[in-house]
Design a protein around this ligand. Structure first.
Ligand code: CTP
Ligand code: MG
Length: 228
């Protein structure tokens, strides 16, 4: 079975407004709830671990208790960095979770198909991450703002979540990162340091992370066109 950990303990600085962006509504439903409902439709998911700020635990528990159709869940407290929030969530893994998925609560448009494909590839290869081909040309720049070089675009992907791993691999990667004070910007980068393989699973350009206020209307536009 697969257990999913949802980091939702950030400070939503780029969204502004002082509220947890994961509780903002998209077409009348909180982002976090949309995300959890989609994961709950995936057969192989057995448990959901939601990580929020300490002062939000009770409120979020209340919200989840009032939501029908969710797989079994627990809410726990996050840390000052996304990686620390996830590390805390990993303490609650059930014994029968062989595959661990990490998914930004702030990506509510993820599909059951992408989640299933990440689980399949994680089972097969040990690690798998959702991604899309880079649309823009990407430049490597120096600290003075000058271009150093241009990696070929055909070799570049923009990575998203879910990111899925065999349990032992992810736990070992988190232990190593903690021991060596390594802070990565995604989970795969911790696993890469073990020398493990990570398979790219092509998802969709609509699997956006709600980051700034315009992303709410972008997400609503995607949803409207899907429901047509
Ligand atoms: N997150 C977390 N713990 C942190 C930081 C982030 O659980 N210490 C979560 C966020 O709540 C979000 C996901 O990780 O669901 C992706 O992070 P991001 O989009 O950067 O959210 P925030 O950090 O909240 O936003 P910002 O960077 O604009 O402050
Ligand atoms: Mg952040």
């Amino acid at each position: 079975m697969a257990t999913a950990v949802f980091p939702a303990a950030g400070s939503s600085t780029r969204m502004g407004g002082g509220l947890n962006k994961n509780l903002l509504e998209i077409m009348g439903e909180p982002i976090l709830i949309r995300t959890l409902k989609t994961f709950s439709r995936v057969e192989r998911i057995n448990f959901l671990i939601v990580v929020v700020a300490a002062h939000e635990v009770e409120m979020v528990e209340e919200l989840l208790r009032g939501t029908e159709g969710l797989k079994p869940w627990r809410v726990t407290i996050g840390g000052s960095e996304r990686q620390f929030s996830i590390a805390n969530g990993l303490k609650l893994l059930p014994n029968d979770a062989e595959i661990i998925l990490v998914h930004d609560a702030a990506r509510p448009l993820v599909t059951v198909k992408t989640i299933d494909e990440v689980i399949d590839a994680a089972e097969k290869f040990g690690g798998a991450i959702a991604a899309v081909p880079a649309k823009d040309t990407i430049k490597i720049v120096d600290a003075q703002g000058f271009v150093k070089y241009t990696p070929p675009r055909r070799e570049l992907v923009t990575v998203q979540t879910p990111q899925g791993f065999k349990r032992e691999i992810l736990l070992q990667a988190y232990e190593k990162a903690a021991a060596e004070n390594f802070l990565g910007t995604d989970d795969a980068s911790l696993v890469e340091r073990l020398g493990e393989k990570i398979k790219i699973v092509m998802s969709g350009y609509d699997n956006i992370k709600i980051t700034t206020p315009e992303d709410i209307s972008v997400a609503e536009t995607f949803l409207r066109s899907k429901n047509k």
